[in-house]
Design a protein around this ligand. Sequence first.
Ligand SMILES: NC(=O)C1=CN([C@@H]2O[C@H](COP(=O)(O)OP(=O)(O)OC[C@H]3O[C@@H](n4cnc5c(N)ncnc54)[C@H](OP(=O)(O)O)[C@@H]3O)[C@@H](O)[C@H]2O)C=CC1
Ligand SMILES: O=CC(=O)O
Length: 289
Amino acid sequence: MEVGFLGLGIMGKAMSMNLLKNGFKVTVWNRTLSKCNELVEFGASIGETPAQVVKKCRLTIAMLSDPAAALSVVFDKDGVLEQIGSGKGYIDMSTVDPETSSKISQAITSTGGAFLEAPVSGSKQPAETGQLVILAAGDKGLYEESIPAFDVLGKKSFFLGQVGNGAKMKLVVNMIMGSMMNAFSEGLVLSERSGLNPHDLLDVLDLGAIANPMFRGKGPAMLKSNHSPAFPLKHQQKDMRLALALGDENAVSMPVAAAANESFKKARSMGLGDLDFSAVYEILKMTKD
Ligand SMILES: NC(=O)C1=CN([C@@H]2O[C@H](COP(=O)(O)OP(=O)(O)OC[C@H]3O[C@@H](n4cnc5c(N)ncnc54)[C@H](OP(=O)(O)O)[C@@H]3O)[C@@H](O)[C@H]2O)C=CC1
Ligand SMILES: O=CC(=O)O
């Protein structure tokens, strides 16, 4: 099966590599084209523009940073829209808001092309090992056609109905995750400041009802101030912002998420945006009497 892949950041590189290792022919494009070279060593072809990739491939996947990037790759010169049409499918796996996804869907479907949004839950390591959770919505036929690729990329795929539902589900999940990371960071700081050993806190948490892979996986590195990026903090803050907008639209009060967003914004303003989202711990640690 031949697929196009647009966007070779932390996630896109791991996902396209996985497709190559599992026998897919992959044509890649990235805004910074030099990032394609590593994939070529594993058998990928390069497309010079998004339009060239779509022209060559029946299915094209995108994994881009945010709504502005997702829109630019579709609507700008040499973009997806120039070559998409009947018989071709476009799958956007970036985390964006439902409005962005709907705008892209309308443009693609008006040409006769098929569109699926399919954001993912799971970070760098699940992307490398094909253990993502795929939250798809949109064209059911394209979803079914994409299952062989989704089976390589993920451990489970959900089809959630109309375009927008995948984006909403992803934003709800990441809103919860961002709030949890703040509560966890506050707990680590409180344990240290009150004279406890925070490593003991990690052990206690891991044996109780709120044990989870995020605390287990990130806790020890956080205590060493190691925030090597798996999920960049700037993307987590983008997701909090988009989730809060979804809350506004639906008149849902979310004071916990709003407070977490403020912490992520503060961390960004201090230059921590490219670190892992666990770096929010550093700004909570700085707060003194
Ligand atoms: N990392 C993670 O753990 C997870 C991330 N996600 C989501 O997946 C998406 C990608 O995340 P991740 O790989 O971590 O992000 P990265 O920041 O590592 O990569 C972002 C990608 O978007 C491209 N890009 C940015 N702006 C533009 C633009 N204006 N035009 C074209 N391309 C652009 C970048 O190109 P260039 O190389 O040229 O900068 C790069 O390929 C995000 O929506 C994120 O929220 C979802 C689940 C987990
Ligand atoms: O979006 C990030 C994730 O870990 O999922």
